[in-house]
Design a protein. Sequence first.
Length: 318
Amino acid sequence: MTAAIPAEADWDRAPGLLEGAMDLELTAADCNLRYWLQAVPQGTLRGRPDGHDPALEVGPHMLRGPFFEAITQEYAFRALAEEKATRVLSYLVPIAPDTDSMEFYATQVLDECRHAMVFRNHLLSLGIPRERLARAVEEFAAPHQDTVLAPLERRSLEIMRDRRDFIGGVVMMTIILEGALAPAAELSERKWRPLDPAAAEIDKGAGIDEIRHLTVGAAIARQYLLDRPREKDRVIELIHDGMRMWEELPTHDMVHWREVKFQEGLDRHGDLVGDYEIWPGRRLVDTTPEERQDTAERWSDEMKAKRLKYMGLAEALA
């Protein structure tokens, strides 16, 4: 008899990224290696080795023009970001304080590596020749490699590799990195759904994984600080440092450029979108770059506040 797939990992029953990341509670014991082996390959990824239904095709409106510019820069950036996350997160595995945490972070390393692969390989569907793929990823992401990815990578390596700071690494991933980027991924899934359904499914599958990463990371941090209350002030200061660093990075300008390009495509191909609503009561075709970006940033603030309160770190919001 086939074991049931947990709802949060089931393609058809999983909540959206925002809902799941803010409302679900999962622990490392809930999401250990055995859970992953049952839930992810047989649930989330079943029939979707490339992150989407193989029958989905990319339309001609995505192969050139502003939509092409927007999605190639976004997916190249995310492919490199996920690759760096894969490499950095591997340093949490040997310093995890218990078996469940070790197994969970081993599975997250594989998740992040898969995300890098599916974001990168979608560029092939957008017309990038396979022999040029690696170079194209570097070229598309070039404007933000040194200004965004490099500083985040340096800080993460300092905490996880050099200091061997387990709770610091957990908080860095859960609050500063994935916690800040997850709402932008939710926006990506919603806005590409009527235009590039394969990309939307890639985002959906990655989002199902991110629910697990964010909720388990928050539970690990919560329990760690309940057991070691003297570390709370140090963790809060680490969060403040990370938030200050994030504010100094040109991520707002990076996302805004993509939204402007997306808007140019929307102005040309609004007929493909029709009355599709990006969120209840708001048609995608009626939104602006500023509105979409402001909404994602508000989602990010709301998610961060709820997760920090759950972790017992509400003071970090001050």
